[in-house]
Design a protein around this ligand. Structure first.
Ligand code: FAD
Length: 499
């Protein structure tokens, strides 16, 4: 237990929130000690928070933060708990602030096309309500039903349809945030709540996104809305080799089709894994070695015309169309695949109960093929030494409408129950090597999840260069007592000269 967490502090928290919303049970705490990223089960107890609070309003969040700041108690914001870089895992115990009760829709502004919500709402629920107005909030991660708006801000999330609608950073217009001292401010693209472009002052919105809860807790957000698309077109194509599929995805992304919302390339390792171990896989002929899918959204006439152009490009690149049923079904299942029972294989072919993990990076199109080879080699080395790992192949997703860079992801099956100190250390080394390859190729360690975990986090100063010093200075200035999610991003360095 954190030394500062005395009965007095507990009484202050209960007085602020009521005793039902200050949770001390082992179950409530253990459940908030991990996220779906792999973790050494034998070390679970190291990261269990001392208690969990569930505030309902911005004022309650601010009060909790003030109490924590006054008593120097670590505090960790937590939303859906699906973040894959351990952001919502309390590294120094303390108080987890779970904002799931703050899930209301405060306003839907039909004229300005915005809505204002609490951070605890998920996109699925929000879109059910918006659909009645013919609108959509198009932040569409694979974790769509379970990640929440506040966590999307905390990670600066990446959306599967971001090439058309932008990512979380583009879709959140402004938000309210409780700073580590308990002060509440609103940040946006300018001062106004519903402004998408301003040149007034620092663009603070971006500073307070993707910080993994190290700079404060978002308590309300105003979001940009779009007309619910009339049409969706999501063709899937098969290829006899990776190189043709790679060439095709580049041409699709560069084609300038306005309704193009994204394309995904699956390499042959991924196809092998699906064929071997994914129970939801629809069998394909043996000569299928790579797959590409694309998706268009918009008004029917525009989607029809754009879709025709994409089909022509794919055909000219040697693609074989998999048909409407598979195409529509696979895209519709994009949020569900992770619920498929998972297993993998040890190096000698033994079937083992494995859980899914992915390492991601942002890589420019021209470097994808080289990065792919290097990453598979790293995982092969890991797998040969430790049979608890399996290579589940790679995906490459377009990040932008011009096809400049791709969310590049290698999926690794991990037999978590069998992890021990040696295999965990090897995993950490592999993560560091994976990140190093991304940097050597001019990429970013993470396009999507953040880079806080052991291994990758060592290279963040290298990626950011002088910017990392600015990050340390900002952290110390806004969080003088280092209470807000301490231990993440190596930010404790900002306090090294403090007694
Ligand atoms: C199956 C699966 C698929 C995924 N697919 C994608 C994908 O396609 N795209 C993508 O971007 N990510 C994806 N992720 C990762 C994850 O869903 C995202 O990182 C998501 O944005 C996390 O949201 P959350 O609500 O679960 O946040 P949490 O995990 O609770 O928190 C994430 C981080 O934000 C901080 N935080 C939480 N709430 C707040 C708040 N109110 N204010 C400030 N900081 C806060 C936390 O401290 C933590 O550091 C996937 C994860 C899984 C498990």
């Amino acid at each position: 237990m954190t030394a500062q967490l005395t009965d007095r502090v507990l009484d202050e928290l209960i007085a602020a929130l009521g005793k039902d919303y200050v949770l001390t049970s082992k179950t409530a705490r253990m459940n908030r000690a991990r996220v779906p990223a792999p973790f050494p089960v034998h070390r679970w107890r190291e990261r269990v928070p001392d208690l969990v609070v569930m505030p309902a309003t911005t004022d309650e969040v601010a009060t909790v933060v003030r109490i924590a700041n006054e008593h120097r108690i670590p505090i960790v914001p937590r939303d859906g708990g699906t973040g894959l870089t351990d952001g919502a895992v309390p590294e120094r115990r303390g108080i987890v602030v779970d904002v799931k009760r703050m899930n209301d829709i405060k306003e839907i502004d039909l004229e300005n096309r915005t809505c204002t919500v609490g951070p605890g709402i998920n996109m699925l629920k929000l879109n059910e309500v918006l659909a009645k107005h013919g609108l959509i909030y198009p932040d569409d991660p694979a974790s769509y039903p379970c990640s929440l708006v506040g966590g999307r801000i905390g990670t600066s999330g990446w959306s599967l349809v971001g090439s058309r609608y932008g990512h979380t950073r583009d879709l959140v217009l402004s938000f309210e945030i409780v700073l580590p001292t308990g002060r509440v401010i609103r940040v946006g693209d300018g001062g106004g709540r519903k402004v998408s472009k301003s040149s007034s002052g620092y663009q603070l919105k971006h500073l307070f996104m993707g910080h993994q809860g190290t700079l404060g807790i978002a308590t309300e957000a105003t979001l940009k809305l779009y007309p619910k698309p009339e049409a969706e077109f999501s063709p899937f194509w098969a290829f006899a080799d990776f190189d043709s599929a790679y060439a095709c995805v580049g041409r699709l992304a560069r084609a300038g089709v306005a309704t193009f919302a994204g394309a995904v390339l699956f390499d042959e390792w991924k196809v092998d894994y699906l064929r071997r171990d994914d129970e939801a896989y629809i069998p394909q002929p043996e000569d299928v070695r790579a797959l590409v899918c694309a998706v268009c959204y918009g008004n029917s006439d525009e989607v029809r015309a754009g879709g025709k152009r994409l089909m022509r490009i794919a055909r000219d690149a040697g693609a074989r169309y998999l048909g409407d049923e598979i195409s529509q079904g696979d895209w519709a299942a994009r949020h569900d695949r992770y619920a498929t029972p998972l297993h993998g294989r040890t190096a000698d072919g033994q079937v083992a109960p494995m859980s899914w993990h992915c390492e991601d990076a942002a890589i420019a199109y021209t470097d994808l093929a080289t990065v792919r080879t290097a990453w598979h080699d790293i995982v092969a080395g890991l797998r040969n030494k430790h049979p608890v790992f399996d290579d589940w192949g790679m995906f490459f997703y377009t990040s932008a409408d011009t096809g400049v860079d791709y969310l590049t992801e290698i999926d690794v099956g991990i037999w978590e129950q069998e992890l021990d100190d040696a295999s965990w250390a090897a995993w950490v080394d592999a993560k560091r090597e994976i990140a190093a390859v991304a940097l050597r190729h001019g990429g970013s360690i993470s396009a999507c999840h953040g880079s806080c975990r052991e291994g990758e986090v060592d290279l963040v100063p290298e990626e950011l260069g002088g910017g990392y010093d600015v990050m340390l200075a900002v952290k110390r200035s806004l969080d003088p007592n280092n209470i807000m999610n301490p231990g993440k991003y190596g930010l404790q360095r900002a306090y090294e000269d403090q007694p």
